[in-house]
Design a protein around this ligand. Structure first.
Ligand SMILES: [Fe+2]
Ligand SMILES: [Fe+2]
Length: 468
């Protein structure tokens, strides 16, 4: 038996890069993750892991927020301490070498872009002791980044850098992929379990509509080949959304993708994977508490921060014109909302914030001649606030809780009805057949997303048993 602690997307942001001023406040409030608090959260997570009964810790990339050298130095120092108690293996990826040139520091009202960042080649040397030095086989890709294969007890662990496919997308060249397959086949011939780790997604998690852009190139072909060769599990990060997805090959092999959430965002999770003779088991543990600037905070702080991504902008729309305009305009540097739009936006937000499920249901049914949403279901929760339900579902995207609504739960019935509305409306509209087919394909994906987020019978993303 082997127990592995899995974390991803630490996005450590060194406190030396911000002074807590206005520019930083705008930046952190438009992010699902905690930034300045990341060091404190990582310390707490590493302490919990060090005290756990796991044997190995694996980290699926984006250790630093934007490749800042200082963030990497700090996070590696924390890792060094953890490595005194547990084996630690990492893969690095795009946010570790700042592929988008977006590293910034914040001073008062100013955003300054002079932060020193790591190159891919630097990273290989920098994290050598966290993978490569225990490997029996190494592959170096065209960027100079290394993939490595390690033999653990009954498990072959293969850490991959998936930043170069030669096509401009994340992924692997054919040569690199052959190296992976060779090691998978070798492990299988030895009767070992195969656990791979890469940063980007191999399978679409919630839906291609949401996660499509986060996947490696040629993913369908790659998934099929890996499943055929007998790979058991691939651990990925990047989407910041916890989700388990499975692919069954025609030869019967089940290949499971475990997509981890971001450690410093909701739900602040450490996922444990137990490898047994007959099964794999996953189990989620949250970072319980952490100390930042001398004050102790519970996990709730991380959730509130993620919630604030939606609520912050809505609240400022209600009572702070300047903050609202600043927040909206900080989303994109080319964005400049004129202040004359503030009043109408405020009116809409005020209406939305006070909207009950009952009123929203009646409104939809008015425009759809009573066919929009199930009246009985709406009546059951008519006095509940609509925005609160939206926040609940928004958080479940990140924590993978899938809300566990039973199929007779009014929320499930209402979400299902609303998600099917676009298809139903387009059915009665006069649209050219070819065009109709195209848009209905997209609308069908909206229905699938609603199902994925609310259906209690889907695989559990926090606790799962996978038979071997
Ligand atoms: Fe990330
Ligand atoms: Fe990423």
């Amino acid at each position: 038996m082997l127990k592995i602690a899995m974390i991803a997307d630490l996005h450590h942001f060194s406190e030396t890069l911000c002074d807590g001023g206005k520019a930083y406040h705008l930046r952190e409030s438009s992010d699902q993750k905690c930034l300045a608090e990341s060091g404190a959260i990582i310390d707490a997570a590493f302490n919990q892991i060090a005290e756990s009964d796991c044997d190995v810790v694996i980290v699926a990339g984006d250790m630093s927020n934007d490749g800042e050298v200082v963030s990497h130095e700090e996070v590696r120092a924390k890792m060094q301490k953890l490595a005194e108690k547990k084996k630690v293996y990492v893969v690095y990826s795009t946010h570790d070498w700042c592929c988008d040139g977006n590293a910034r520091r914040y001073k008062g009202d100013e955003v300054i872009r002079d932060v020193k960042t790591m190159t891919v080649k630097d990273l290989r040397e920098f994290y050598k002791d966290y993978g490569e030095s225990d490997a029996y086989d190494i592959y170096v890709n065209e960027l100079g980044a290394a993939s490595y294969a390690i033999k653990l007890e009954g498990v072959r662990f293969i850490g991959l850098n998936d930043d170069y496919s030669g096509t401009g997308k994340a992924g692997y060249t054919d040569d690199h992929f052959e190296w992976i397959l060779k090691n998978v086949r070798d492990a299988k011939a030895n009767g070992e379990a195969v656990i791979l780790m890469e940063h980007h997604l191999l399978m679409a998690g919630i839906s291609p509509l949401i996660n499509g852009g986060q996947m490696i190139g040629n993913h369908d072909e790659r998934v099929k080949a890996l499943a055929e060769a007998g790979a058991d599990i691939v651990v990925v990060g990047h989407s910041h959304m916890q989700r388990n997805t499975q692919f069954t090959h025609e030869n019967g092999n089940v290949f499971t993708q475990i997509n981890l959430g971001a450690l410093c965002g909701h739900p602040g999770a450490i996922m444990y994977l137990t490898v047994d003779k007959n099964e794999f088991r996953t189990e989620m543990q949250k970072v319980e508490k952490f100390t930042y600037n001398g004050t102790e905070y519970t996990n709730e702080y991380i959730t509130e921060h993620s919630k604030n991504l939606l609520m912050g902008i809505l609240r400022s729309a209600l009572d702070d014109k300047d903050e609202f305009l600043e927040r909206v305009n900080s989303i994109d540097q080319n964005f400049d909302l004129d202040e004359k739009f503030y009043k109408p936006v405020r009116m809409v937000v005020k209406y939305l914030m006070n909207l009950t499920v009952g009123r929203a249901g009646r409104l939809i049914n008015f425009f759809t001649f009573g066919k929009g949403v199930n009246r009985k279901a709406v009546k059951q929760i008519k006095n509940e606030n609509l925005v609160e339900h939206i926040i609940d579902i928004f958080l479940s995207v990140f924590d993978g809780s899938a809300k566990k609504y039973a199929t007779d739960d009014p929320v499930y019935i209402i979400v299902k009805d609303v998600a099917s509305l676009p298809v139903r409306v387009s059915n009665v509209l006069k649209i050219k057949a070819l065009r109709k087919e195209k848009i209905q394909k997209i609308f069908a994906q909206i229905q699938e997303i609603a199902e994925e987020l609310t259906n209690s019978s889907l695989p559990d993303n926090q606790q799962m048993v996978i038979k071997r």
